[in-house]
Design a protein around this ligand. Structure first.
Ligand SMILES: *[C@@H]1O[C@H](CO)[C@@H](O)[C@H](O)[C@H]1NC(C)=O
Ligand SMILES: *[C@@H]1O[C@H](CO)[C@@H](O)[C@H](O)[C@H]1NC(C)=O
Ligand SMILES: *[C@@H]1O[C@H](CO)[C@@H](O)[C@H](O)[C@H]1NC(C)=O
Ligand SMILES: *[C@@H]1O[C@H](CO)[C@@H](O)[C@H](O)[C@H]1NC(C)=O
Length: 457
């Protein structure tokens, strides 16, 4: 589907599905909670050319009830902004129909749970609505206005490196341009599936790139449609290859909405989940997703063994210096929160075959199963595949093999020299778990139970 078609479909769907839940929450005392405004089409037309950028502030003192914020409020005793704390700046992206984004409070609250910070939400809904190409013309002006605010905050004692921008989609490029205006001296930019259309071939001046902040990271989840396919940060996390996300499949009506925007929004949901910190979302450096899936990249040796993790760790946990640039890292996720999966490398070695064959391998942990079907060729004897399994290697209770060849070509027995499982990133000197010398006959499943203990004694 062409990007334009998808955008039109998106617009249609948003009419029916846009949630209106940027809840102001409970009101504090008599104070009116500030909200992002919706734009209506006639207001938008009246407003043409005016961006009406405004800011909302959320802190641990008011996580449910945003305060209106701008430079006049800094230092005012009524404002909860604290110049000695780090500041997170959330920048939303394109809003097809002018509806305020529903996830802003969730993201702000997830940030506040993780860090005692000022969370400033940039509301540029007037500039971000309706025609995508006009919105793209607006984003630099928005960045310019934000930079005026940052300048004022600096005068009140905020350090440039204490600013962390979190930009969603087009918001990532807004953040990138703010970074350009400060010559890369702001602390950090996180791009959540940075927008692709009209940016992929843009000059680095015009889009997010590693020179925009001391540390730039991006999470890619829809790089074939709304997201950008090229690395734009110091480290770029490509989730499930960066294009199609687990659980975002196209199927009839129920998930039409999901089909259109699910992949793109997954970056945001995974990031919020990572902020909760229930489990590590760790990427493994590799040159391509195909190589990663084939088990060509086993560890984070280039980072002295410390794999980059999604979240608030300094430089995503990378401790080597200089920080790499445009380093692609790959990880698999599950289809729902908290999204973490264990990367299990499955390795199969067979005796040479005289006919093509097929073997299905299933890993079991409790009720959870992960399976993979290997298509065996006559001229290859070793097969590898990295799988996303919900449990750790030490929790795999059994492995099943099935000779699933088509009846038509009368596949015979397959002699498996060894089937091995190991977990990535692979600690040095750790032996994989193997079962050797198995003959599997068509239609007769084989299985083996592992007796394992988790944890080191
Ligand atoms: C947004 O709404 C508030 C009231 O809810 C209003 O005071 C403010 O002027 C509006 N902002 C814009 C840009 O229309
Ligand atoms: C600053 O605080 C004073 C008194 O607390 C208040 O009257 C004034 O309106 C505040 N200014 C702003 C911009 O909120
Ligand atoms: C501002 O933040 C600093 C550092 O966290 C803290 O020590 C101070 O008490 C805060 N000030 C206010 C008014 O909350
Ligand atoms: C994060 O944790 C909070 C509180 O424990 C929970 O309500 C929320 O659903 C979690 N969010 C995600 C994305 O995991």
């Amino acid at each position: 589907m062409l990007w334009e078609d998808k955008a039109i479909l998106l617009s249609i769907l948003l009419v029916y599905s846009s949630p209106q839940t940027l809840a102001a929450g409970e009101k504090l005392d008599d104070v009116q909670c500030a909200e992002i405004n919706n734009t209506r089409w006639h207001e938008y037309r009246q407003n043409m050319g005016k961006l009406e950028v405004q800011y909302l502030l959320l802190t641990r003192k008011n996580p449910d009830c945003a305060q209106r914020f701008d430079q006049d409020y800094v230092g005012n005793t009524t404002s909860y902004f604290n110049t000695s704390r780090p500041t997170k700046v959330i920048v939303h992206g394109y809003r097809a129909l002018g509806r305020k984004p529903s996830w802003v409070t969730d993201l702000a609250q997830a940030l506040l749970r993780a860090q005692d910070a000022n969370v400033v939400v940039v509301d540029w809904i007037y500039g971000a609505s309706f025609a995508y190409n006009l919105v793209v013309q607006n984003y630099k002006e928005v960045a310019l206005q934000i930079s005026v605010l940052i300048n004022q905050l600096q005068k009140h004692g905020c350090k440039l490196e204490s600013f962390h921008f979190i930009g969603i989609s087009l918001g990532a490029h807004v953040a990138g341009f703010v970074g350009t205006l400060f010559e890369g001296r702001i602390g950090r930019i996180t791009g959540l599936d940075p927008a692709g259309p009209m940016f992929k071939d843009a000059d680095v001046f015009d889009r997010l790139d590693p020179t925009d902040a001391l540390f730039v990271e991006a999470i890619h989840t829809d790089s074939d449609y709304f997201g950008i396919s090229i690395p734009v940060g110091h480290v770029d996390f490509f989730l499930n290859g960066g294009m199609d996300q687990a659980g975002c499949v196209r199927s009839r009506f129920a998930s039409m909405y999901g089909y259109v925007i699910c992949d793109h929004m997954r970056a945001l949901h995974v990031y919020m989940s990572a902020l909760n910190g229930t489990c590590p979302l760790m990427g493994i450096p590799c040159s391509s997703y195909e190589d990663f899936l084939q088990g060509s990249c086993l560890d984070c040796g280039v980072f002295k063994g410390r794999c980059p993790v999604i979240g608030l760790k300094e430089n995503s946990g990378i401790a080597t210096s200089p920080i790499p640039e445009k380093q692609k890292v790959f990880l698999l996720t599950t289809s729902s929160s908290p999204f973490c999966a264990h990367h299990i490398l499955l390795r199969l070695e067979v005796s040479p075959l005289d006919k093509r064959a097929e073997v299905e391998v299933t890993l079991l942990t409790g009720n959870e199963e992960t399976e993979h079907r290997f298509r065996l060729q006559t001229d290859v004897t070793v097969y590898q595949k990295v799988l996303a399994h919900p449990a750790a290697l030490c929790e795999i209770s059994s492995i099943r093999l099935k000779n699933t060849g088509a009846r038509l070509y009368r596949q015979g027995d397959i002699h498996i020299k060894s089937v091995c499982v190991s977990e990535l990133p692979q600690p040095r000197h750790e032996e994989p778990l193997c079962v050797n010398h198995i003959d599997i006959r068509r239609g007769v499943p084989w299985s083996h139970d592992f007796v394992q203990v988790c944890g080191t004694l």
